[in-house]
Ligand binder design. Structure first.
Ligand code: AP5
Ligand code: MG
Length: 213
C-alpha cells in the first residue's frame, strides 16, 4: 500500500501517518523529520534546510526530490510506504510519479486531512515533538503520559523552532500557494480521499482505515 498524506501544516499528517505505518507495517517517510534529523546532526543538508525551515519556507525541490525518490527504492518499501510532507509542490509530485513509473508502480491513495486555518494556530502552539523518534503530542489534546517526556522512547520533548505563531502563519500561506494545488493533481489521478481532520484523532484514524480497507 502506497499512501500520501496531504494537508496543511498542523493538520495531523504526522500523527496519523505514524499510526497507519504501525498498523500496516510499512515505513513512515517524513521529509520534515528527515530534515530535522539532519539539522540536529549538523549535516550539510541540515544547514541548508534550516535556512528555509526557520522562515516557514519550503526547502528547494532540488534538495528534496532525490531524497525521497532514492528512499522509496529501499528494500523496506517493497510492500508500500507512507509519505508525510512530500510531495509539497507540483514539480515534487511529478518527480514522484516519474520515479514510480520507472519502477512500474503508482501511488494508491492521497489522503487529504482537512483542517481550517483557524484551528491550526491553536494546535501548533500546543504541539510538543520528539526529535529522536518523531512522535508528536499536544499539551491539551494528546498529552504524553509524563510531561515533557516521549512515551515511545523516553527522550525529552521540545517545541519546534518553526511553531512560533508568525512562522506558522507564513507556513500556512506557503501551503495555500504551493501545496494546495496537489489536491487537484491527485483528484485528476483519481486517488484523492478527504477526511475531516477537526475530529478527535482516534476518529480521524478510523476514517482513514475505512478508506484503506
Ligand atoms: P513538516 O515537518 O512536514 O511540517 P508541516 O507540513 O508544516 O506539518 P507539521 O509536521 O507541522 O504538521 P502535521 O500535519 O504533521 O501535524 P501533527 O500530526 O504534528 O515540514 C517542516 C518544514 O520542513 C516545512 O515548513 C519545510 O520548510 C520543510 N519541508 C518538509 N518537507 C518538505 C518538502 N517536501 N518540500 C520542501 N520543504 C519541505 O499535529 C499537529 C498538532 O496537532 C500536534 O500537537 C498533534 O498532537 C495535534 N493533533 C493532531 N491530530 C489532532 C486531532 N485530531 N485533534 C487535536 N489535536 C491533534
Ligand atoms: Mg508532521
Amino acid at each position: 500500500m502506497k499512501i500520501i498524506m496531504l494537508g496543511a501544516p498542523g493538520a495531523g499528517k504526522g500523527t496519523q501517518a505514524k499510526k497507519i505505518a504501525e498498523k500496516y507495517g510499512i515505513p513512515h517517510i517524513s521529509t520534515g523529520d528527515i530534515f530535522r534529523a539532519n539539522i540536529k546532526n549538523e549535516t550539510e543538508l541540515g544547514k541548508k534546510a534550516k535556512e528555509y525551515m526557520d522562515q516557514g519556507l519550503l526547502v528547494p525541490d532540488e534538495l528534496t526530490c532525490d531524497l525521497v525518490t532514492d528512499r522509496i527504492k529501499n528494500d523496506d518499501c517493497k510492500n508500500g510506504f507512507i509519505l508525510d510532507g512530500f510531495p509539497r509542490t507540483i514539480p515534487q509530485a511529478e518527480a514522484l510519479t516519474k520515479a514510480l513509473e520507472k519502477m512500474g508502480q503508482k501511488m494508491d491513495f492521497a489522503i487529504d486531512v482537512d483542517v481550517p486555518d483557524s484551528a491550526i494556530i491553536e494546535r501548533m502552539s500546543g504541539r510538543r515533538a520528539c526529535l529522536k523518534c518523531g512522535a508528536t503530542y499536544h499539551i491539551v489534546t494528546i498529552p504524553p503520559k509524563q510531561e515533557g517526556i516521549c512515551d515511545n522512547c523516553g527522550a525529552e520533548l521540545v517545541q519546534r523552532d518553526d511553531d512560533k505563531p508568525e512562522t506558522v502563519q507564513k507556513r500556512l500561506t506557503v501551503y495555500h500557494d504551493q501545496t494546495q494545488p496537489l489536491i487537484d493533481y491527485y483528484k485528476n489521478e483519481g486517488i484523492l480521499k478527504t477526511v475531516d481532520g477537526t475530529k478527535d484523532f482516534e476518529d480521524v484514524f478510523t476514517a482513514i482505515t475505512e478508506i484503506l480497507s
